[in-house]
Design a protein around this ligand. Sequence first.
Ligand code: FES
Length: 175
Amino acid sequence: MTSTTSAEPTRRDFLYVATGAAAAVGAAAVAWPLISQMNPDASTIAAGAPIEVDLTPIAEGQDIKVFWRGKPIYIMNRTKKQVEEARSVNMSNLPDPQTDQARVKEGHDQWLVVIGICTHLGCIPIAHEGSYGGFFCPCHGSVYDTSGRIRQGPAPLNLAVPPYAFVSDTKIKIG
Ligand code: FES
């Protein structure tokens, strides 16, 4: 009798423990894919991660093109003359009025950073082309100035400025 009563709880305990363990394993199996799905996959990280760009190889008057989130980004080291031209423009002559100062970072006035996608239908404009010395879009003839502002043609808006910051005098982080 004694042995029966002592054996019974033992068997029941085992069943509880076994059931509990199975439930815990089941919960973990359900939870893991949910937790796993919350992490961006590698291609998402690659596509959206900020990039750092060393500016030292870009001579005055030249530009480079880099890619961020699959978009071409122009980084232009403007000459003093180009900056002066961009700043001497009468705002009333601009289809999308914006001062040059609002499009660059204070203290780094020579550096223009813009997304190289025409705001008309998305072609990639050519740098240092067009009658304003900024960008020319060969698709339908939009002309942008040395601040990337639209001056002629069908494009309605200035070239967009991506989010970026100077991490040192010679390096920027885009994104
Ligand atoms: S896409 Fe650039 S002018 Fe049309």
